[in-house]
Design a protein around this ligand. Structure first.
Ligand SMILES: Nc1nc2c(ncn2[C@@H]2O[C@H](COP(=O)(O)OP(=O)(O)OP(=O)(O)O)[C@@H](O)[C@H]2O)c(=O)[nH]1
Ligand SMILES: [Zn+2]
Length: 319
């Protein structure tokens, strides 16, 4: 057996050999519940050098006794969802999400412009967007026509669309299939049924299992904490009231254009390399609209958002 180097302190040896990976299920400040690779959960404290921990973060942790650990480092994220804190600085809410589910319902009446904004948010995270029409039991002859046209426009952009309701047994199946193999979040207007969907999708024990022990004091979970849940039908759901309320915060013009995925190809053929697709001659995005390849409404929506960004920039410039 090799002898331990007597000059090497014990702690340094363990720090080198006892590093594991895991995922943050829920956290409260520096206290986090981490799920290890083997599925076991342990309470961890993050080292001071670990900044901006978020639910869903993949971390390296070392053992600190029975069911206790120390978060040494956050591994690079594939995506992040952040929102401004009370001082306007961005704070990460959730990480490593790969699917943004935009929930709509016959009422409150959905608007295409709102969906456009969520699609920009998805593109920037980045995450795959999908549309979930909930409350299909509430469709009427009138609302059905409007909703069908709306969904068809987005389906034509290769955005997956499912139709569900929380009232009939089995009516969530298309959503369950969409959630499997992804780490998703649900977003949408107030009243579309996001809480009802989460409550129907998650078994009762999953809602409780993420709780941090009361013993750690600061680790007490509140219903507003962002939590990562394992879904019975496969896949993971990251959820909290803050995540459900998420909408687009400040973006710049380049980010705006990235959010309109069907513009990317034609934009490469505009006469001017810095074409804004507003009213420039030789604009290939406008030509694609004229040829019926891109929806005129989408270009109009982009131009409205562009004008809003411009106005916001001018206001800032006044200071
Ligand atoms: N008819 C019908 N009603 C539903 C369905 N899903 C949810 N609801 C009802 O719609 C209302 C709003 O549902 P919530 O789950 O609170 O909606 P939410 O999106 O979480 O709303 P906020 O918490 O305000 O963001 C409630 O009265 C639900 O019972 C459905 O599939 N069909
Ligand atoms: Zn152009």
């Amino acid at each position: 057996m090799p002898r331990r180097n007597p000059l090497k302190p014990r702690s340094a040896i363990s720090a080198q050999t006892d590093i594991h990976t895991g995922q943050v299920i829920r956290h409260h400040g520096r206290n986090a519940l981490v799920e290890a690779e083997n599925g076991e959960r342990l309470e961890c404290t993050a080292r001071k050098r670990v900044h901006d921990l978020a639910c869903g973060d993949r971390v390296e942790w070392s053992s600190a006794g029975d069911d206790q650990g120390v978060i040494e480092r956050v591994l690079p994220r594939t995506s992040a969802l952040s929102r401004p804190d009370h001082r306007g600085r961005p704070r990460s809410l959730a990480a490593n999400i790969d699917q943004l589910l935009i929930v709509i319902a016959p009422a409150p009446e959905p608007t295409a412009a709102l969906i456009d904004r969520y699609l920009i948010a998805a593109e920037l995270m980045p995450a795959r967007p999908a549309l979930v029409l909930n409350k299909t039991d509430r469709l009427t002859a009138d609302t059905r026509t409007h909703i069908d046209a709306l969904l068809a426009e987005f389906a034509a952009l290769d955005i997956p669309v499912v139709r569900v309701n929380t009232r009939e047994p089995g009516a969530l199946q298309p959503l369950i299939e969409l959630l499997a193999t992804h780490t998703s979040i649900l977003v949408g207007q107030s009243g579309v049924g996001k809480s009802s969907l989460v409550n129907t999708l998650l078994p009762e024990h999953e809602i409780r299992v993420g709780e941090l022990s009361e013993a750690s004091g600061q680790g007490r979970h509140t219903t507003s904490d962002t939590t990562l849940y394992h879904l019975p039908g496969g896949g993971k759901l990251i959820d909290s009231p803050g995540v459900r309320d998420f909408h687009l915060w400040h973006i710049d013009k380049a980010q705006l254009e990235r959010g309109f995925r069907e513009f990317h190809d034609p934009a490469g053929h505009c006469r001017f390399h810095n074409c804004r697709h507003l009213n420039e001659p030789g604009c290939a995005v406008q030509a694609a609209v004229d040829a019926g390849e891109i929806s005129a409404r989408r270009l109009e929506s982009y131009r409205k958002l562009y004008a809003q960004l411009e106005a916001a920039e001018e206001r800032l410039g006044d200071y």
